[in-house]
Design a binder for this molecule. Structure first.
Ligand code: IPD
Ligand code: CA
Ligand code: CA
Length: 261
């Protein structure tokens, strides 16, 4: 087995912290905003700048590494996901929050070595709190995070608001088994809430850069991420995924996968 990529981990922590400091220092400016697929799918000049900086840092140190990054406009990797060393980048997760609220957004990346997940990183930019993992465990800044085993009946859920509103995949039935639903407008911040034990799980329709960092981090606290049909997400295209505690996988997926009568 290959060694854990400690050099990349330490460099990446610095790059992500720098990206966060850059965004905080420009918070008073009005960003240039453009739309992508539809009126509420937004991107700013800062998304591009942060991505460019992260990519150039990575390639300056590791020119052979591959990159799957949101603002390249392609959700399919043009390299072999099972053999390459690659990074997955979301320069600003929660861009709408960044524009409208100037709060609750994250810089995220994930690293895979020879196709195997190694570390995820989520920086809650305003709090300057960095979630990361080594081979053994996940941390919030320097504090190790505990393995958690929450139950639905005593927990809250983060659910994609469109899916919840339309009761896609019986989400309202799932919600009825919990204490309620919260929505944070950022996949990264939703994963942070799970890591901190504030939320039991998250269901949304996500791209690889939205779920890859959180998925790796959560694997260190007894959680997994599955498609609605129970498979490992493909790191390609957009998929509906559930992230939650391992012991509730079957129960939750049984609710989400009920056939319409
Ligand atoms: C989005 C946010 C949002 C989620 C969307 C994502 P972006 O990421 O995480 O909460 O519901 O599916 O695309 O576009 O702000 O990086
Ligand atoms: Ca983004
Ligand atoms: Ca995102």
């Amino acid at each position: 087995m290959l060694d854990f990529p400690n050099e990349r981990l330490e460099l990446a922590k610095g790059w992500v912290r720098e990206a966060g400091a850059f965004l905080r220092s420009h918070l008073d400016e009005t960003p240039n905003v453009a739309t992508k697929s539809r009126y509420d799918d937004l991107v700013t000049n800062f998304d591009g700048q942060v991505q460019e900086e992260l990519v150039s840092n990575i390639l300056a140190h590791f020119p052979g590494d591959k990159i799957l990054a949101e603002e390249n406009g392609k959700s399919e990797a043009d390299f072999d996901l099972t053999t390459e060393n690659f990074w997955v980048i979301d320069p600003i997760d929660g861009t709408t929050n960044f524009i409208v609220q100037k709060a609750d957004f994250a810089v995220m990346l994930a690293y895979y070595q020879a196709g195997e997940p190694q570390f995820g990183m989520i920086l809650d930019v305003l709090a300057d709190r960095l979630f990361w993992n080594d081979a053994e465990q996940a941390y919030g800044d320097d504090t190790p995070l505990s393995v958690l085993k929450p139950e639905l009946e005593t927990s809250l859920l983060a659910l994609n608001s469109y899916m919840y509103k339309s009761n896609a995949n019986h989400l309202q039935e799932l919600a009825a088994k919990s204490l309620g639903v919260r929505n944070f407008g950022s996949a990264g911040i939703s994963y942070v809430k799970i890591l901190e034990g504030r939320i039991l799980g998250y269901v949304s329709n996500l791209y690889p850069w939205d779920y890859a960092p959180g998925t790796i981090l959560l694997s260190k606290i007894g959680f997994g991420t599955w498609t609605i049909t129970g498979e490992k997400p493909a790191l390609q295209g957009r998929q509906k995924v559930f992230s939650g505690p391992l012991h509730l996988k079957e129960e939750v997926l049984a609710i989400l996968g009920q056939s319409e009568l």
